[in-house]
Design a protein around this ligand. Structure first.
Ligand code: NAI
Ligand code: MG
Length: 330
């Protein structure tokens, strides 16, 4: 039995979570789901975007599923706080084309590994008489740890190449350290190819030759931006899953946010959240069950059952129901 903490959050987070849990019910795995609160609605009710109780439930769980939250300026960000408090240092963002989906590249399969604990996301900003300054923190320890994670993951997934992405020509000290540590770790994996690109060039290569990439490893902000760009290559944010992994805990969430413009209409694409559950299943060593969901999702998309963001007419729950039926059919 697996104890899963479920944080639906705000907006479409709630809707895609309901859809994903519906699909998980088709598997022959025993889960104990415990719901927990976070985000803006939670703040309105209890004055905190991330109550202590939620943090406790995440620490205790075998894994956590997180929908999406609305972030309001001035409020503490629930997701960034969770990543930091639980030291979920690796943010894994697979970019995999799906059949039947209108997109720029129908043949991509690579992954972006984003450092999740430092960089500009430490949020150390200060007003100055001239404007403001933000502090960018890059440590050797975190750079080494994320590089090790990337090589281990690439090896496990049968990939041959890891690419570091940085801007060490301008950020000579911070990204210089990141690049140095990457190549130190690379030397421990002589059988793997290691290379590095500047982030600006990478932004272009992602459009001109994305098939080149296998595993990209990068710092927090660049990883955030490049992974949204990469989601655009395969059909948009409605399709992009992610995992936040630490030594002790793991939290799984779609890349997208709470999408307030489409919330409450039952039209959000549940695919990203459903693929997110497959990352959780793989983390729990339930690879076969993860593949069952992936196959059922692919069949559903091939039948043209998809939400409006992909040009379809299915609702969120219609798509979830179709996927569940495909799993049951086997
Ligand atoms: P967003 O990801 O919510 O939406 C961006 C665009 O993608 C919108 O046009 C939206 O309709 C579309 N979209 C996203 N997910 C979709 C889905 N599943 N199906 C169909 N269309 C989808 O990003 P945005 O608009 O920048 O932010 C909205 C709120 O979400 C903000 O408060 C932001 O802070 C928060 N946010 C939270 C995240 C998290 O919880 N991890 C991540 C990103 C944003
Ligand atoms: Mg983002």
């Amino acid at each position: 039995m697996y104890r899963i903490t479920v944080i639906p959050g705000d907006g479409i987070g709630v809707e895609v979570m309901e859809a994903a849990l519906h699909v998980l019910q088709a598997l022959e795995i025993e889960f104990e789901f415990t719901h927990a609160e976070a985000g803006n609605e939670c703040f309105r009710r209890c004055g905190d975007t991330l109550p202590e109780e939620t943090l406790k439930l995440v620490r205790k769980a075998d894994a956590t599923l997180f929908g999406a939250v609305t972030t309001v300026p001035g409020q503490k960000s629930a997701i960034i706080t969770l990543r930091r408090e639980l030291d979920l240092f690796a943010n894994l963002r697979p970019v995999k084309s799906l059949p039947g989906v209108p997109c720029l590249y129908p043949d991509l399969d690579f992954v972006i590994v984003r450092e999740n604990t430092e960089d500009l996301y430490v949020g150390d900003e200060e007003y100055t008489p001239e404007g403001a300054v933000a502090k960018r923190i890059i440590t050797r320890t975190a750079s080494r740890r994320i590089s090790q994670f990337a090589f281990q993951y690439a090896q496990k997934e049968g990939m041959q190449k890891v690419t570091a992405v940085h801007k060490a020509n301008v950020l000579k000290k911070t990204d210089g350290i990141f690049r140095d540590e990457f190549y130190k770790v690379a030397s421990e994996y002589p059988q793997m190819e290691a290379n590095d690109y500047y982030v600006d060039a990478t932004a272009m290569y992602l459009i001109t030759q994305p098939q080149e990439f296998q595993t990209i490893v990068t710092t927090n902000l660049f990883g955030d931006i490049l992974s949204d760009e990469a989601a655009g290559l395969i059909g948009g944010l409605g399709l992009a899953p992610s995992a936040n992994i630490g030594e002790k805990n793991a939290l799984f969430e779609p890349v997208h946010g709470s999408a307030p413009q489409i919330a409450g209409k039952n039209i959000a694409n549940p695919t990203a959240m459903i693929l997110t559950t497959t990352l959780m299943l793989k983390h729990l060593n339930k690879k076969q069950e993860a593949q069952k969901i992936e196959k059922a999702l692919q069949k559903t998309l091939m039948r043209g059952i998809m939400t409006p963001d992909l040009g379809g007419t299915a609702s969120t729950m219609e798509m979830a129901e179709a996927i569940k039926e495909e799993i049951v059919k086997g």
